[in-house]
Design a protein around this ligand. Structure first.
Ligand code: APR
Ligand code: ZN
Length: 263
């Protein structure tokens, strides 16, 4: 079902959430664009400014220049400077507060679901989190801000304070395995939920993009809220091609009205 956004669609999704058991929300960079963080593949997105090759683990390991470029980018703080949760994040946190959310499975590394109020135990970050930087040699993990403050304005990335090894942001680079415990638990949750709602993802990067398929294969309902078409649209029960913040806010408002009527 792919119509321009209208109340019918909103109330259909609110009804699906009201009736469902476990609801999983699966998010991508599109849930954070209204917080001022560019996504990856829209016009003007991250991959139109940076070379994805620089974010492969191979190049990171073999090229000191790539590591210097990335360190300078981290020092600039441009990535998430003071980004705050937007209406979509707040709506997803409200679902949890209303007892209607099993978990959030996110591809994002910006920590905005936690900042919006989702319990960090219910947020599965498939691609890591930018708050940490980790030593590739001894595995020691440090708060990124602390390392940036301590070494600013050094142009060369600092070595690990414990063993002198290479420090890398604790996010998944292309060619790197996803954190296996997180991936295992996210897969389990997606495969056993009653409803999975995708918010702001092009669903083109695997294995993350398997999550909606796992849910559908297990008999769950599937809703996709995304500006542009995705490969999973054809198997979704409801597809809304509109802004995440507005849509999620309206769905939660409709759900709240329903729950108040039943209370
Ligand atoms: N409301 C709804 N949809 C939006 C909004 C918005 N405000 N802003 C952007 N979108 C949609 C875009 O149309 C796009 O289809 O969100 C989607 C974002 O897709 P991508 O930029 O591909 O981001 P994502 O799906 O998260 O990418 C997955 O790719 O580069 C890797 O590791 C990176 O986690 C990332 C992964
Ligand atoms: Zn180390």
């Amino acid at each position: 079902m792919t119509d321009p956004l209208d109340e019918k669609m909103v109330s259909r999704v609110a009804e699906m959430i009201a009736r469902a058991g476990d609801v999983v929300v699966f998010t991508g960079a599109g849930v954070s664009t209204e917080s001022g963080i560019p996504d990856f593949r829209s016009p003007g997105g991250f991959w139109t400014k940076f070379d994805p090759e620089d974010f492969t683990i191979t190049r990171f390991l073999e090229s000191p220049e790539t590591r210097r470029k990335q360190w300078r980018f981290l020092l600039s703080g441009d990535l998430f400077r003071d980004a705050s949760p937007n209406a979509a994040h707040r709506a997803i946190a409200a679902l949890e507060a209303m007892g209607k959310l099993d978990c959030v499975i996110t591809q994002n590394i910006d920590n905005l679901h936690q900042k919006a109020g989702n319990d960090r135990e219910r947020v599965f970050e498939l691609h890591g989190n930018m708050r940490w930087i980790r030593c590739l040699d001894c595995g020691e993990r440090y708060p990124l801000e602390e390392i940036l403050e301590r070494h600013r304005p050094a142009v060369d990335p600092p070595p690990c304070g414990s063993c002198g090894g290479i420090l890398k942001p604790d996010v998944v680079f292309f060619g790197e395995a996803l954190p296996d415990e997180t991936l295992r638990e996210a897969t389990r949750r997606a495969s056993q939920c009653a409803l999975l709602i995708v918010v702001g993802s092009s669903l083109v990067v695997y294995p993350a993009a398997y999550m909606p398929l796992y849910a559908k294969q297990a008999g769950a309902g599937l809703v996709i809220v995304n500006w542009t078409p995705t490969p999973a649209d054809r198997i979704a029960d409801v597809v809304i091609h509109a802004a995440a913040g507005d849509v999620m806010e309206r769905i939660v408002a409709d759900l709240r009205r329903r729950m108040n009527r039943c209370a």
